[in-house]
Ligand binder design. Sequence first.
Ligand code: CAA
Length: 285
Amino acid sequence: MPAVERIAVIGSGTMGSGIAQVSAASGIETILIDTGKAQLEKARNTIDTSLQRMAKKGAITEAQGIETAKRISFTIDITDAEDADLVIEAVFEREDVKREIWQKVDALCKPEAMFASNTSSISITAIAAATKRPELFIGMHFFNPVPVMKLVEVIRGNKTSDATCAKIVQLAKEMGKSPVEVKDYPGFVSNRVLMPLINEAIFAVYEGVATAESVDEVFKLGMAHPMGPLTLADFIGLDVCLNIMEVLQTGFGDPKYRPCPLLKQMVAAGKLGRKSGEGFYKYQG
Ligand code: CAA
């Protein structure tokens, strides 16, 4: 028996559209929800492009790509989530925004529906507390690009039940992913380790130890990273990196997590990486 039959994904940005794609690709009826039609249209194009790319590479057949696309419906009406067995939220990283959405979703979904947040660092326990079903609430942290990256970090909140965790682990496997279970502490495992690495790489540039290009070369050639830490920071978004460093600093109360002043300054200047056209590197198109 499949872990779930119907998934609603809230938030159709890079992560939400990727999650909807892998959900539909594993045979699940998937609803992608956002507040604006333009955002949903963009998501549809992103998904189509990704599926075409996979078909071209032979990773899937063209027919599989078409079937996957057909399994996704797009809507601006959040009440369309009411029949979902699982709701996955992938909206931007603000606890108050997430809590407000979850309160709404909690009121309209069936009582046995499970809830998952794709947050990259906000406490699952804190978000779950906005609902009346914290035992059915869990973290499902996907990685960008979602169709490619194998990991799903499965985060157990303080009240997440064993049954919820087991079903989500099963689901992640059915999606072709490799789930890794972790506990709910700031940054979980992925960003607790990755972000201080990126932040330290930014300090190396800030202090003039090396250029961004040289720092990246060290990691690509010396540690076989597919992208150097500053290219990766641009890929993730410098605002996201800063936000996660602040979560780590506040959550642990340890000054070793202080964000580099250069990171703060670049974010203040609107240099957010790929999405704004400039970060440590310049991007066109
Ligand atoms: N959809 C489908 N397929 C895609 C894709 C997409 N959106 N993006 C890339 N691919 C596929 C390509 O078709 C290609 O397939 P083959 O191997 O079959 O040829 C493969 O992925 C590699 O892509 P490219 O050849 O275009 O480029 P690349 O070799 O430079 O790889 C990359 C691109 C996969 C992004 C690679 O650079 C990489 O792994 N980078 C690191 C990514 C990473 O660390 N992500 C995690 C970020 S942290 C995060 O997401 C969470 C957080 O909380 C901050």
